[in-house]
Structure formats: structure tokens, C-alpha cells
Design a protein around this ligand. Structure first.
Ligand code: NAD
Length: 348
């Protein structure tokens, strides 16, 4: 039996892992996020299953290695919270779930856009109070408007198709444009200047951190709506707040937030919110914040559990690891050609 330490567990996480685990793994579910201290919970475990807001830095990786962990299985696509150099130095394998339901995330991006544009969040509150007045609820037709999509990978492509279903024109920006994709790639500046809706679907990297900042917000139309279902660090939140106050853009739908790690997924309803920027963003009528829930569909949870367990079966069965990420393989890693994975299918 292989012991698995499963961090940051919520009730909905367990459903599919328990259903699909054939008995090969003894899964110890922990509510704590993974960090240097909670790594000690992984005693006698060979696996740590981790999520988006776990703090997988060098200290946590060293502590996991001391407990006997050999593989960190990210049950998500993003891995910006992993110190890959430290993982590589400790010969700690890292795998992820690259695409579990791009539809879930792209559909949530559109849900945020539709809500903000047609102000259904405000209408819902009004009619509950028998206030049937329509003042302030005017939106615009999406048909004929321009969607600017930053990042045209799995999720970005589906968002493009959804936008086209609404009769929107699409402009795209990607550092690595996809030649087989039928989309009008433009420069980032042109996208910012011409789009009525801007949706972020690129990963958080050194190049993309604060890709939306005071300068880029200045370039957007005052009527533009910004949607972020990717990673909070893509947006300079203080600059966004200022732009919204100054009416430099018309609204923002945020499923992710720069400083979300201590707040999101937790019930803080009995405490004061000490993050003033987030508190002010939430207070604005033209901002919707959801708690990193874009992935949260039944299909996505099923696929996350299935791929994570398959990653572990491959690891312990000695098979090639198609979802392995390491210091060399991580996008932007400069030494990709040196990675043993090219010959053996595994980085170690
Ligand atoms: P993907 O890897 O398929 O696509 C990412 C795209 O971004 C690629 O086309 C890549 O070339 C592009 N890109 C990389 N660097 C760039 C840069 N500097 N500028 C512009 N484009 C760049 O990823 P995906 O599956 O479509 O996921 C996109 C992101 O969505 C993930 O990185 C993750 O952070 C986020 N995500 C969020 C949730 C959620 O619940 N909110 C769930 C899953 C994924």
C-alpha cells in the first residue's frame, strides 16, 4: 500500500479520489495547506498531493523529502507555487494535471463577463427586495464586439469559440502564437487598445507577472471589461483598483487574486478582511470576485482525480511520465535539451 498525503482537502476533493482509488493508495486527507510545517504530516508517505495555494518552496520540499516523499502530484494545471530548482536538487518528481476541463474555466470566464455586462448580480439583489427598477442595469450587446484573448492554449481556445458563438470578433496575443489556430494574432498593445473584453488565459511566469499594470490599463477602452480566470499575479491589483476608481475601464471579473493564498477557499465571514485592496474591489458594483472556482465542475473534479491517480500509477509502475515537470522541462527552462526525460521518459 502506498501512503499519500493529500493537502488542502475540501469535501468536494474527496468524492472522485475515493471513487476512483482502487485500493492501491492509502490517502490521508489533510485540511492544512502544504508548507514547511505541514510537510511533517507526510510521515511515511511517498506522495504529496498538492494544490494551487500550497507553498511548495525549498523548505517544504526538503521537509517532504525527509519524511520519505518522492513525488509531488499537483492536482491542478498551474505550478507557479513550486520551487522546481529545489525539487530537482532533491530528486523530487513533480507531476501535474495539464488539462482537466478547459471548458469549466472558459465557461466561468464567460459567466463572469455576462454577469458584469448584464448586471445580473445587481438585479438578483434588487428583485429579492421587490425593487424592480432598472436604472443602472444597462449592458451592451456582445454581438459585434471585440474579445481580446491573452494566451491561446487549451482554455483560451475554448473561450475564443464561446465568444464566436456570441458573434464576437476575436483578437489574440500569445508569446508563442499557434500557427494552426484560425485567429487574428496582434501585438499586446493593439489587443489592449481595440478590445471591448479582455480575458487572461496565459500562465503566471516572470514575463507575465503584472502583464496588466497601470500602463496597460491606460491603453484599454474606458468601456472595457477585464476578466481574469488564470492567476492573480497577472494583474497589479492596486493599479486595477485605481483604474476602476478613475473609470479607465468599465469592470473586472476576477476568479483569482494576487494575494489569494491565505483567503480563498476559507470561510472568513466572521472576521475582518485585512486586505484593503481586495475589500475595496469587492465593494465595487462593477467588480465580481469569485474564489478561484472556475475549475469547479463535476467533470473537472473527475478528470483531476483520474489523471492524478494515473500519474501515480505511471510513477510507481516505472512508466514514462507524460505529465512530469522539472527544472529542465518547465516552460522557459533553459536546459531542456539536457533533460534525461528526452531519452527515458522521466526526468530522474
Ligand atoms: P496552456 O498551457 O494550454 O495555455 C497557456 C497559453 O499561454 C499558451 O498558449 C502559451 O503559449 C501562452 N503563454 C505563455 N507565456 C505567455 C506570455 N508571456 N504571454 C502570452 N501568452 C503566453 O494553459 P491552459 O490550460 O489554457 O491554462 C491557462 C491558465 O489558466 C493556467 O496557466 C492556469 O494558471 C489557469 N487556470 C485557472 C483555473 C481556475 O480554476 N481559475 C483552472 C485551470 C487553469
Amino acid at each position: 500500500m502506498i501512503n499519500v498525503a493529500f493537502y488542502d482537502t475540501r469535501p468536494y476533493d474527496r468524492v472522485w479520489f475515493d471513487r476512483l482509488n482502487t485500493g492501491k493508495y492509502r490517502i490521508k486527507y489533510f485540511e492544512s495547506k502544504l508548507n514547511e510545517d505541514s510537510a511533517k504530516l507526510a510521515r511515511d508517505c511517498q506522495v504529496a498531493v498538492a494544490f494551487v495555494n500550497d507553498q511548495i518552496d525549498a523548505a517544504a520540499i526538503n521537509a517532504l523529502a525527509l519524511e520519505g516523499v518522492r513525488i509531488i502530484a499537483m492536482r491542478c494545471a498551474g505550478y507557479n507555487n513550486v520551487d522546481f530548482k529545489a525539487a530537482y536538487d532533491r530528486r523530487m518528481t513533480v507531476v501535474n494535471v495539464p488539462g482537466y476541463s478547459p471548458y469549466a474555466v472558459a465557461e466561468h470566464a464567460m459567466a463572469l463577463l455576462l454577469t458584469l455586462n448584464r448586471k445580473t448580480h445587481r438585479a438578483y439583489l434588487r428583485t429579492r427586495d421587490y425593487n424592480f427598477n432598472l436604472n443602472g442595469l444597462t449592458g451592451f450587446d456582445l454581438h459585434g464586439k471585440t474579445a481580446g484573448v491573452i494566451g491561446t492554449g487549451r482554455i483560451g481556445q475554448i473561450f475564443i469559440n464561446i465568444c464566436r458563438g456570441f458573434g464576437m470578433n476575436v483578437l489574440a496575443y500569445d508569446l508563442f502564437p499557434n500557427p494552426s489556430l484560425d485567429v487574428n494574432y496582434v501585438s499586446l498593445d493593439e489587443l489592449l487598445e481595440k478590445s471591448d473584453v479582455i480575458s487572461l488565459h496565459c500562465p503566471l511566469t516572470n514575463e507575465t507577472r503584472h502583464i496588466i499594470n497601470a500602463e496597460s490599463l491606460d491603453k484599454m477602452k474606458p468601456s472595457a471589461i477585464l476578466i481574469n480566470t488564470s492567476r492573480g499575479g497577472l494583474i497589479d491589483s492596486e493599479a486595477l483598483l485605481q483604474a476602476l476608481k478613475d473609470e479607465k475601464i468599465a469592470g473586472a471579473g476576477l476568479d483569482v487574486y494576487e494575494e489569494e493564498s491565505e483567503l480563498f477557499y476559507e470561510d472568513n465571514s466572521n472576521e475582518n478582511l485585512h486586505d484593503d485592496v481586495l475589500a475595496l474591489l469587492i465593494a465595487m458594483r462593477n467588480v465580481i470576485v469569485t474564489s478561484h472556482q472556475a475549475f469547479l465542475t463535476d467533470e473537472a473534479l473527475h478528470n483531476i482525480a483520474e489523471t492524478t491517480l494515473q500519474n501515480l500509477d505511471d510513477f510507481f509502475g516505472g512508466a514514462a511520465l507524460k505529465n512530469e515537470i522539472c527544472y529542465f522541462c518547465v516552460p522557459g527552462g533553459k536546459k531542456t535539451a539536457n533533460c534525461p526525460r528526452l531519452k527515458t521518459g522521466r526526468c530522474f
